[in-house]
Design a protein around this ligand. Structure first.
Ligand code: CAA
Length: 709
C-alpha cells in the first residue's frame, strides 16, 4: 500500500499531501502518517514551515466513518480518542509554523486537524464544518473546544448543532480561516508558511484566551440553543451533547472541556442513534448503485421536459424541473384545469417568497420556465415526459399510447403512478424500453424521494438517466421493482391496515396520530390521509376490487370508504378523519363521528372496543412494516434492506434516528419481531404470516443487514 501522506520539501517548506481517495477520510493509517509527517518536518533542517494539504478534490472530509463500527463500548472509544487528542496536541506543539491548505471540504475530523494547525488558508470555494451531529455523534477530536476559541461560542454552537458547512469567505470573516488564496493553493500556503517562519510566529488555538465577557455570552448562547433544541431535536442525544461539551470548555477551560468532549463523544458513538444515522449515511449512497446498471452506463441529457396533468402532483413535478432550471411543458385537458394548476404553482412560489427564500424576480424567472398547454405541441422536442393524470389504468394507458406517437423515439416516458402496473403503460406506449415509473411523494416539490420503477423492459440507460436526473432535481432516487404499490405504498398498505384495525379495536384517531408523531414521524396515518385525500385511496380500492384484489392481506376496514361516500375527502373538503375550520384549512379538531363509525365497524366484526396501549400501536405498525418489507426484499422488489429504509425516511419522514423501518427491526432484534408476528397471528388470525425471509434470518441468527450486497 502506498503511503497515505506524501512528504516533500518545496521552497524550504515541508509539504505533507494526504492521499486517501476518494475524500481523504482519516483512517487510522492517515492519522498516524500525519503525525509522523509533522514530527519528521519539525526535525528536518530543510524545512522552515509545514503545509498540510489534501490531494484530489478535497482537504479531509472527516474521520473514516466506517471505523466507528469497531468501537463497541464507551471505554473502547475513550482510549482511542485519548490517543487522537494527544496526537493533535503534538501537531499543535510543532515548533515550526504549521499551515492547513484547504480546498473542497474540511469537515468533522478534517476541520479538527485544520484547527490543530497554527494557521488555515483556503480557496474561495472551500467549505469548513462540523457535521458530526448528523451522524449522531459530536466532534470528538477537540472541535467543541477549538472552534469556540476561533469562531466564538455562538457560531460554533450553531455549526456543531446544525451540522451545516460554512463557505470560506464567511469562515474567514469569523476567524476560522486566516487567508483566502486566489491563485494556486499550495503556492499560497507555502508563501504564508514562510512569512510566518520569517516572523517566528506560531499560534496554538487551544491557547487562545476567552474573555470573561465572552464566556458569559457563550453560556447564554448554550442556554438559548438548548431551549430551541428542545423543540427541534426532540428525541435526539447528539445535539444536546454538543452543547454540554462546549459549555464544559467555557466553564472549565480547554483541558477539562476536552475530557468532557471525549466522554460525551464516547457515549454518543455507541448509541443506537449514531448507528442508525451512520447506517443511513451509507445506505443513501448505496441506493445509487444498481447491480446490473454499471457506473459507466450512458445517460441522456435532460434539457427539456413535459408533464401531463396539472393537478397537485403534476404541478409539483413541473416545479421540480423549473427549480432545476429545466424548461417544462405542463399539459392539461382544458384551460380551466390548467389555470387552476398554474395558479397553485404561483401560490406555492409566493409562499416561498413570503418566507424570504425567493425574490420576486426569481419567482417570475422560474414561472417563465413552465409553459402551460392544452395540446401536445412541442412534445416532439422534449427529452422526458412525466405522466401525472388521474390514478386510473385505462386513462393512463390511453395517455401512454398518445405519448408514444407524440414524442421522439428516444424520449423517456415516466409515470407518476403510485401503485399501478408500469408494464401495461409500457406496452401501450409501443416502446417499453423507454418507459419507467417516476413516483414522487406529496408534496412533490418538497419530499425528497423519487421511486424509480423499473418495468420488465426498461433499459439500463433509462434507469441511469433517472438516477442522475433525481440528483439534478434535488431528490434521492431509489430504483424499485414493479409490484402493486412498488416499495413505499405496498408497505404502507400494511401500516394503514393496522392503523384502521387499531381504531376499530378501541384506539382513537388522535391517539394513533399522536403516538406516531411522538415516535418521530412528521404526521400520523390519519393526518397524512387527510392531506393526501381519502378519495385517492378509495379509488385505488375500487380499482382493486374490480380486478379481485386488495391492497393488504386481512380485514378491510369499512370506515375509509364510508368517509369517501360522505364526501369527506380530507383537508381539501374541510372534513375527513378530522374536521377542519374550512376546506383547505390545516386547523383540525377531532370529530365524534369517527368514534361512532368505529363502534359500528367493530360491532359488525364482533369486536368489543377497549383502550389500547401506546406501545401496542407502535409495535403493531412497525412490525407490519418490517414484515412486509422482508417480503418486498425477498421477492426482489428492493435491492437492499437499506433501500427500503431510504424510501421510508425520504418518502414519509420515518425518523432518521431509527435508521428506517428495517434498521429499526434489527435494533429490536429479528427474533423479537418474529415473536410479535406470531403473537399477532394467534391473537388476530392467519392474515398475520411471518415473511419467509424473516423466519430464515432468525433461524440463521442474522439481521436484515447481513443480507446487504
Ligand atoms: N468516511 C468514510 N467514507 C466517506 C466519508 C467519511 N467521512 N465521507 C465520504 N465518504 C465516502 C462515501 O461513502 C462515498 O463512497 P462511495 O463512493 O463508495 O459511495 C465517497 O466517499 C464519496 O462521497 P459522496 O458520494 O458523499 O461524495 P460527494 O462529493 O457528494 O460529497 C462530502 C462529499 C461532502 C465530503 C460527503 O461525502 C460528506 O458529507 N461526507 C461526510 C462528512 C462527515 O460527516 N464528516 C464527519 C465524519 S465524523 C468525524 O470526523 C468525527 C470526528 O470528530 C473525528
Amino acid at each position: 500500500m502506498s503511503d497515505p501522506v506524501r512528504y516533500e520539501i518545496k521552497d524550504g517548506v515541508a509539504v505533507l499531501t494526504i492521499d486517501n481517495p476518494p475524500v481523504n477520510a482519516l483512517s487510522p493509517a492517515v492519522w498516524d502518517a500525519i503525525d509522523k509527517g509533522v514530527q519528521r518536518a519539525v526535525a528536518d533542517p530543510a524545512a522552515d514551515a509545514i503545509v498540510l494539504i489534501g490531494s484530489g478534490g478535497t482537504f479531509i472530509a472527516g474521520a473514516d466513518i466506517k471505523v466507528f463500527d469497531v468501537l463497541k463500548t464507551p471505554q473502547d472509544s475513550m482510549s482511542r480518542s485519548a490517543g487522537t487528542h494527544a496526537l493533535l496536541r503534538r501537531m499543535e506543539d510543532s515548533t515550526k509554523p504549521l499551515v492547513a491548505a484547504i480546498h473542497g471540504n474540511a469537515l468533522g475530523g478534517g476541520m479538527e486537524v485544520a484547527m490543530s494547525c497554527h494557521y488555515r488558508v483556503a480557496t474561495k470555494d472551500a467549505k469548513v464544518g462540523q457535521p458530526e451531529v448528523l451522524l449522531g455523534i459530536i466532534p470528538g477530536a477537540g472541535g467543541t473546544q477549538r472552534l469556540p476559541r476561533l469562531a466564538g461560542a455562538e457560531l460554533a454552537l450553531t455549526m456543531c448543532t446544525d451540522g451545516k458547512p460554512v463557505a470560506a469567505p464567511k469562515a474567514k470573516a469569523a476567524g476560522m480561516i486566516d487567508e483566502i488564496v486566489d491563485g494556486d493553493l499550495l503556492s499560497g500556503a507555502i508563501a504564508f508558511g514562510k512569512k510566518k517562519a520569517a516572523a517566528h510566529e506560531t499560534r496554538k488555538v487551544r491557547e487562545i484566551a476567552i474573555s470573561a465577557d465572552a464566556v458569559a455570552k457563550g453560556l447564554e448562547a448554550c442556554a438559548k440553543i438548548r431551549a430551541s433544541l428542545d423543540k427541534t431535536a426532540r428525541g435526539l442525544k447528539a445535539p444536546f451533547a454538543v452543547v454540554d461539551a462546549v459549555e464544559a470548555g467555557l466553564k472549565d477551560g480547554f483541558d477539562k472541556g476536552s475530557i468532557r468532549e471525549r466522554e460525551l463523544f464516547s457515549q454518543c458513538v455507541v448509541s443506537t442513534e449514531s448507528k442508525a444515522l451512520r447506517h443511513l449515511f451509507f445506505a443513501e449512497r448505496e441506493v445509487a448503485k444498481v447491480p446490473d446498471v454499471p457506473k459507466d452506463t450512458p445517460t441522456k441529457a435532460i434539457k427539456r421536459a413535459a408533464v401531463v396533468g396539472a393537478g397537485t402532483m403534476g404541478g409539483g413535478i413541473a416545479m421540480n424541473y423549473a427549480n432545476a432550471g429545466i424548461p417544462v411543458l405542463l399539459k392539461e385537458v382544458d384551460k380551466a384545469a390548467l389555470d387552476r394548476g398554474i395558479a397553485t404553482i404561483r401560490k406555492n412560489y409566493e409562499v416561498t417568497m413570503s418566507k424570504g427564500k425567493m425574490t420576486a424576480e426569481q419567482v417570475e424567472k422560474t414561472m417563465a420556465l413552465i409553459t402551460p398547454t392544452t395540446t401536445y405541441d412541442g412534445f416532439d422536442r422534449v427529452d422526458i415526459v412525466t405522466e401525472a393524470v388521474f390514478e386510473n389504468m385505462d386513462l393512463k394507458k390511453a395517455t401512454f399510447a398518445e405519448l408514444g406517437t407524440m414524442t421522439r423515439p428516444d424520449c423517456i416516458l415516466a409515470s407518476n403512478s403510485s401503485t399501478l402496473d408500469i408494464d401495461q403503460f409500457a406496452q401501450a406506449s409501443g416502446r417499453p424500453a423507454q418507459v419507467c415509473g417516476h413516483h414522487y411523494f406529496s408534496p412533490a416539490n418538497v419530499m425528497k424521494l423519487l421511486e424509480i420503477v423499473r418495468g420488465k423492459e426498461t433499459s439500463p440507460e433509462v434507469i441511469a438517466t433517472s438516477l442522475r436526473l433525481a440528483k439534478t432535481l434535488g431528490k434521492v432516487g431509489v430504483v424499485v421493482g414493479n409490484c402493486f404499490g412498488f416499495v413505499a405504498n405496498r408497505m404502507l398498505a400494511y401500516y394503514m391496515r393496522e392503523a384502521y384495525l387499531l381504531l376499530e379495536e378501541g384506539a382513537s384517531v388522535q391517539q394513533i396520530d399522536n403516538v406516531l408523531t411522538d415516535f418521530g414521524l412528521p404526521v400520523g396515518p390519519y393526518g397524512m390521509q387527510d392531506i393526501a385525500g381519502i378519495d385517492v385511496g378509495a379509488r385505488i380500492r375500487q380499482y382493486l376490487k374490480s380486478i379481485g384484489k386488495s391492497r393488504a392481506e386481512g380485514p378491510q376496514s369499512e370506515i375509509p370508504d364510508r368517509l369517501f361516500d360522505m364526501g369527506r375527502y380530507g383537508q381539501k373538503t374541510g372534513a375527513g378523519w378530522y374536521t377542519y375550520d374550512a376546506p383547505g384549512s390545516r386547523n383540525r379538531t377531532p370529530d365524534p363521528l369517527i368514534e361512532q363509525l368505529a363502534e359500528e365497524a367493530a360491532k359488525k366484526r364482533g369486536i368489543v372496543r377497549k383502550p389500547i396501549a401506546n406501545e401496542e400501536i407502535v409495535a403493531r405498525i412497525t412490525t407490519a412494516l418490517a414484515n412486509e418489507g422482508a417480503r418486498v426484499l425477498d421477492e426482489g422488489f428492493a435491492t437492499r434492506a437499506g433501500d427500503i429504509d431510504v424510501v421510508y425516511v425520504y418518502g414519509f419522514g420515518f425518523p432518521r434516528r431509527t435508521g428506517g423501518p428495517m434498521f429499526y427491526a434489527d435494533t429490536i432484534g429479528l427474533p423479537a419481531v418474529l415473536a410479535r408476528v406470531n403473537e399477532y397471528r394467534a391473537r388476530f388470525g392467519d392474515y398475520w404470516q411471518p415473511a419467509p425471509l424473516l423466519e430464515r434470518l432468525v433461524a440463521e441468527g442474522r439481521g436484515f443487514y447481513s443480507t446487504r450486497s
